[in-house]
Design a protein around this ligand. Structure first.
Ligand code: ACO
Length: 441
């Protein structure tokens, strides 16, 4: 192999530049140049210099990160080097959250201490309930989650001390502990049910089910199959490197805002139908299709560009999303407890037809994590509005890990992209009486 540099000749000036090429862990995946090195390429002394133009960051790394690795071509996802399949099979959500946050699997002692710490913080201040009570009965629970998480910053003003490692850790624990409580309370509010308080004897997901579904029983006993299925779903959703919401978390956090405000923003990014809101849209799409025999007509509409096939396609995966494969497997276990979801047949038929169609093959569109998760959530008794909330709860650990990594990375400064200005050149102010008729519709 030759030198790790890139030689660029600027044909405007005939000058040649040599720019270093650097690497991440894998030389064949993640070679990069620093776009700041392009700035020296200029035609004159007063020229700003060359920039990279990359709308939506299709080919621009915004950070160096050691948390999650994705190879979208080969359908690989790893947290801190551990394959997602192994974690889904053998880990728990809290153990995975620890791994994502601190880089290593915890020892027994570390895991016990971590679990006790998170469990200790599951309660929310009673006044927070008043915020939830203020929402209309039909308020979307994701809106309630975003608003209430943002409001938490007013309860923990010390969270602003983002340069203090111990304070950061405290907020990380609080957020991982309290998002399930807020999510469950939002659900209870939506249903008009009294809030069910955390039960610290239960596991993280067992307690979440308790806060959601407990009725009059003295002690709620989660179904072990559903508890484990939720655990696996939470592991799969814990992090996914620099997606829209993690980028929002990092961007807002880079201004040194407190983590509650940043996380509310990240959750807002997740809410959109092109990101974590897709699972809700998948269910609505399946309901709208209604039966297997109507699938071909829907696929035709997708191909005609009228609608998207929700739950298909991904910016990074150009292969099966490995999370979708795992989710498909756990669906069977869940359905043995809950009974099958009739929408599964429609989803399977959609996938079968889509994967044979040229439109999807040439664009390399495969099912993503959201395609099957909603079918499971619905079978477990969740209303569709809760689906993005069920994504946000476990993603909290990933957002916090991305936030922590960003703040402790000496190369990171406030996030502030450049633009390519395409507007009017400088011109003089025109007095009102000289402006003529309407020119803007
Ligand atoms: N249905 C139909 N066509 C699609 C779909 C889809 N779901 N996804 C992409 N395409 C088409 C686009 O129209 C485009 O076609 P064209 O080249 O003829 O214009 C081509 O495939 C490339 O798609 P882009 O939109 O350029 O891909 P991008 O990387 O920007 O978008 C995204 C990725 C947003 C996920 C997209 O695939 C999509 O909208 N999917 C549906 C929503 C969804 O499931 N989101 C969840 C993603 S997973 C997550 O966030 C947790």
């Amino acid at each position: 192999m030759g030198k790790n540099t890139l030689t660029i000749t600027d044909n405007r000036t005939g000058k040649t530049y040599e720019i270093p090429i650097a690497y991440g862990t894998y030389p064949t995946y993640g070679a990069y140049i620093k776009t700041a090195d392009l700035r020296q390429i200029r035609v004159s002394d007063d020229d700003f210099g060359l920039m990279g133009y990359d709308p939506s960051f299709g080919n621009t790394a915004s950070c160096r990160s050691a948390i999650t690795f994705i190879d979208g071509e080969r359908g690989i996802l790893r947290y801190r080097g551990y394959p997602i399949e192994q974690l889904a099979e053998r880990s728990t959500y809290l153990e995975t959250a620890y791994l994502i946050l601190y880089g290593e699997l915890p020892t027994r002692q570390e895991l016990d201490a971590w679990t006790a710490e998170v469990t200790h913080h599951t309660l929310i201040h009673e006044s927070i309930k008043k915020f939830l009570d203020g929402f209309h009965h039909d308020a979307h629970p994701m809106g309630m989650l975003i608003g209430t998480v943002g409001a938490l910053s007013t309860f923990y003003p010390e969270a602003k001390e983002i340069h203090d490692a111990a304070t950061r850790r405290k907020q990380i624990v609080r957020l991982i502990a309290k998002t399930p409580t807020i999510a469950a309370f939002a659900y209870r509010h939506m249903r008009g049910l009294p809030y069910a308080y955390p039960d610290n004897d239960l596991s993280y997901t067992g307690n979440f089910l308790n806060m959601l579904f407990k009725t009059t029983e003295l002690k709620y006993a989660p179904d072990p199959v559903l508890e484990r299925a939720l655990e696996v779903l939470f592991i799969l959703h814990a992090d996914h490197e620099q997606n829209c919401s993690s980028t929002a978390m990092r961007t807002i956090g880079s201004s040194h805002a407190d983590p509650y405000s940043a996380l509310a923003g990240a959750a807002g990014g997740l809410y959109g139908p092109l990101h974590g809101g897709a699972n809700e849209q998948v269910l609505r799409m399946l309901q709208q299709i209604g039966s297997k025999d109507r699938v071909p007509a829907y696929i035709k509409r997708v191909k005609d560009g009228e609608v998207l096939l929700m739950g298909f396609g991904h910016r990074v995966y150009k292969n099966y999303d490995p999370r979708a494969t795992i989710i498909k497997k756990i669906a069977d276990q869940v359905f043995q407890v809950t009974g099958t979801n009739p929408l599964l047949d429609i989803a399977l038929e959609l996938e079968r037809i889509a994967l044979q169609e040229d439109y999807f093959i040439t664009r390399r569109l495969y099912p993503n994590v959201d395609f099957y998760s909603g079918i499971i959530y619905q079978a477990m008794g969740f209303p569709v509005e809760m689906f993005p909330v069920l994504f946000a709860v476990p993603r909290t650990s990933g957002w916090m890990a991305q936030w922590e990594e960003m703040l402790t990375d000496p190369e990171q400064r406030i996030s502030r992209p450049r633009q390519v200005y395409t507007g009017a050149d400088v011109r003089d102010y025109v007095p009102m009486e000289q402006r003529g008729g309407a020119r803007v519709a």
